[in-house]
Design a protein around this ligand. Structure first.
Ligand SMILES: *Cc1c(COP(=O)(O)O)cnc(C)c1O
Length: 364
């Protein structure tokens, strides 16, 4: 019996996903494990330690603080930071992280910091924009970078881009344009960059959809945690996390009585209501309220009723024969985070990365 809400993380499933992905990837292609956002909610440090044991030697996070946490947890491997900010450059050097330079401004700032500290050959990566139009050098700025900014103080380990629609069925004109743009960048780089950086462009769904574009490395996040944004591809993976909680109170309401803030739900008949100690502060957003989200109790699917509160939510247990302490499953390997989030028109990524640190993580 469980006595509080918990996220149970199955390390065998993590190993299964890693091995399954590794078998799809060429032996000479590096798997960069993306453990940003606290390892997609599963505890970045613990996930990185486990993946390290399985043979991963390259990791990536979004911001410097996440890299610092991994270093404190003893991860000594190569650790790239996708989106370093100006105020984080000192931290990056202190923690021996590898920043991604994505425009001229951040590149100049980083190089002048290296100059100040008299550091040479610092490992960095370069991000190029090929159509996502989010972050990265344009081809034009990349040329200026190589002609005016590049310096022996940095060692460019890799040059990469990111797909905007990697899960879309082939053929996809948009993705093809991105691949073509990246080819152009590769030939430019070969002309302008004296070192021989590695090239990469695929994320999780990209590995499934475009295995012929694996190049030197792939950056895998969500697939390690069991999702690949397509029901067929998902079959080769196992969701590693289960979110469940005991029901901490059950009570009866009469016809016409309301439940929760703002009288969010009104009983149309005598009903049994269960309370679950998870709320929007835990990552279960208000959009799951009012019957949108459903949870599983003793094999039955029951709706979340009324408004999701900050620390608690309510479910309708009228049809379920259960007691205080019975486990309610928000998502698991059968009714997955992807299924749960689909009801609210969002994606597994969002709920996993929103799960509050106050939810206990348990590893099995
Ligand atoms: C988050 C991220 C990834 C990982 O994407 P998944 O879809 O989770 O595999 C890869 N590359 C970049 C630049 C990212 O920001």
């Amino acid at each position: 019996m469980i006595k509080e809400a918990r996220l149970t993380i199955n390390l065998d499933s993590l190993a299964h996903n890693y091995n399954s992905l590794r078998s799809k990837i060429n032996p000479e292609t590096t798997l960069i494990a993306v453990v940003k956002a606290n390892g997609y909610g599963n505890d970045g440090a613990r996930i990185a330690q486990e993946l390290s044991k399985l043979g991963v030697a390259s990791f990536a996070v979004a911001y410097a603080i996440e890299g610092k946490i991994l270093r404190k947890a003893g991860i000594e491997d190569s650790l790239m930071v996708f989106y370093p900010q100006l105020a984080q450059l000192e931290q990056i050097i202190e923690s021996q992280l590898e920043p991604v330079l994505y425009n001229l401004e951040i590149s100049k700032a980083f190089i002048s910091l290296l100059k100040e500290k008299n550091i040479k050959n610092y490992p960095v990566h370069i991000k190029c924009n090929t159509g996502l139009n989010r972050i990265g050098f344009s081809l034009e700025n990349l040329e200026s970078f190589f002609k005016e900014v590049n310096s022996p103080l940095i060692d460019i380990k890799s040059i990469y881009s990111h797909l905007g629609f990697s899960e879309n069925p082939k053929p996809c004109a948009f993705t093809k344009k991105q691949f073509d743009a990246f080819e152009l960048i590769k030939s430019k780089v070969k002309e302008l960059c004296p070192s021989h950086p590695k090239f990469h462009i695929l994320n999780s769904s990209g590995v499934f959809n475009y295995p012929e574009h694996q190049l030197d490395a792939v950056r895998i996040g969500i697939a390690l945690y069991g999702f690949a944004n397509n029901p067929e591809w998902n079959k080769t993976l196992k969701p590693i996390a289960k979110l469940s909680s005991p029901i901490c109170q059950i009570h009866f309401v009469k016809k016409g009585e309301s439940v929760g803030y703002n009288q969010g739900w009104i009983a149309t008949k005598e009903s049994r209501i269960g309370i679950i100690p998870l709320g929007h502060a835990d990552g279960i957003g208000r959009q799951y309220g009012n019957g949108v989200g459903k949870v599983n109790v003793l094999g039955q699917t029951v709706p979340i009723i009324g408004n999701v509160c900050m620390d608690l939510l309510m479910i309708d247990l009228t049809s379920v024969n259960c007691t205080v302490g019975t486990e309610a499953i928000i998502f698991d390997q059968n009714f997955t985070a992807s299924d749960f989030t689909a009801s609210a028109n969002t994606i597994s990524y969002e709920i996993l990365t929103s799960l509050s640190p106050r939810i206990k993580r348990v590893y099995v």
